[in-house]
Write a protein that binds this ligand. Structure first.
Ligand SMILES: [Zn+2]
Ligand SMILES: [Zn+2]
Length: 395
């Protein structure tokens, strides 16, 4: 397997350069749909690698193509590029220079790994048949997400049902390891906004008011029966309310209460049914208590389903690349990710790259102000992606 050794040595040789690339991206993070400088930086990097076939997608995204020595299959590799509205607390030389914005989900590492992968593939252009599409996707972190815009692009729709491969960092997986899961892997995500209306007044005279705080309390408790009594226990479902505002006082009952939360599951039919049932439950319950409740839903990403054939094949290839002991079987994960859109119509696989290191104290979770990665993961991230892409083209 000459290619594997070659890819490994190229990944090791080029990795230091892409640690710098990742640090640059980390220093200059940009929020979803605003990745203008990130996009031009990535384009310069691609051009410097000799990749000239670059199309702009979804405003601040890029779709680049590397063609092998002759025509053949096509595979798409995806990295997301946006940062989060979090103020970095790491004291590192390359900490974010923008107040309140941080690469706290590792999208800087995803972009740097995909560039490293691109550099390796350019070196191997004469050795493979087919094409590799490199997608640098904006706005993963903000619903409706960048993926849905990419999917509508002409440059994307002409691709047809080609395999899609995405990689995401995970600090709870030790550096040097990766994780896969076939089938349903991540959850759908809908944002819920409830406004419970009553009639406020003096807390000492309940007979003259309609108490929206009490109605809201009943709604929060009753809504849990959706996941405990109505949902099929074999389908993961989560209903969480993280924000409740009843802006009254010790002796003042407010006119209304707002509640915000999220519903997540892994079945599109149940998702639709659950949201319908939730709406019915909250409106009828509020009415029965003399008030009203309006439910607004911001529909987020669908659930993410990894194609079994592709995923099993990639798992075998990953074991071949980094050893059986370094490829983990993952649990289902109730986080959401807009890579899910690609999994709806294409054979797709989203796998996890370990970036944690307890000895170095690199353990902070995704979306936290102290999140960081063990940068030695970039060599594996870039090399493995190149290997998986070439093996997929040759199947
Ligand atoms: Zn994230
Ligand atoms: Zn992410």
């Amino acid at each position: 397997m000459g290619n594997r050794a070659k890819i490994k040595s190229l990944a090791a040789k080029f990795a230091p350069e892409f640690v710098e690339v990742r640090r640059h991206l980390h220093q200059y993070p940009e929020l979803s749909f605003q990745e203008y400088n990130t996009c031009s930086f990535l384009k310069e990097q691609l051009l410097a690698l000799g990749i000239m076939d670059i199309e702009s997608v979804a405003g601040t995204g890029l779709l680049a193509t590397i063609n092998g020595r002759e025509k053949g299959k096509t595979v798409l590799l995806r990295a997301d590029i946006d940062a989060l509205p979090i103020h970095e607390q790491n004291t590192i030389a390359y900490a974010s220079t923008t107040d309140g914005v941080m690469h706290a989900c590792g999208h800087d590492a995803h972009s740097a790994s995909l560039l490293l992968c691109a550099k390796i593939l350019m070196e191997l252009k004469g050795d493979f048949q087919g094409s590799v599409k490199l997608l640098f996707q904006p706005a993963e972190e903000l619903s409706p997400g960048g993926a849905i815009s990419v999917i509508k692009e002409k440059a994307y729709t002409v691709l047809g049902s080609i395999p899609h491969i995405g990689q995401h960092v995970r600090p709870d997986i030790p550096v040097g390891k990766v994780g896969f899961r076939s089938g349903k892997f991540m959850a759908s995500m809908d944002e819920l906004f409830l406004t419970v209306k009553g009639k406020g007044g003096h807390a000492a005279m309940p007979e003259k008011i309609i108490d929206p705080v009490l109605i809201a309390s009943h709604i929060i408790v009753a809504a849990q029966q959706l996941v405990s009594r109505v949902a099929d226990p074999k389908i993961p479902s989560v209903l969480s309310f993280g924000k409740v505002i009843a802006n009254g006082a010790i002796n003042v009952i407010p006119n209304e209460v707002s509640i915000e939360g999220t519903f997540r599951t892994m079945d599109e039919d149940w998702r639709k049914t659950a949201l319908e049932k939730l709406e019915k439950l909250v409106t009828t319950m509020a009415e029965a208590m003399g008030g009203s409740c309006e439910l607004k839903i911001n529909h987020g990403y669908p659930h993410l389903k990894n194609d079994s054939t592709l995923t099993e094949n990639l798992r075998i290839q990953a074991k071949d690349y980094l050893g059986e002991e370094n490829v983990e079987e993952l649990d289902q994960w109730m986080a959401a990710e807009d890579f899910a859109y690609y999994t709806q119509h294409n054979p797709a696989c989203f796998y996890m790259l370990g970036v944690g290191n307890t000895q170095e104290n690199i353990t902070s979770g995704l979306h936290t102000p102290t999140f960081n990665i063990d940068e030695s993961a970039l060599e594996l991230g870039g090399g493995l992606m190149a290997w998986l892409a070439l093996r997929t083209l040759s199947v």
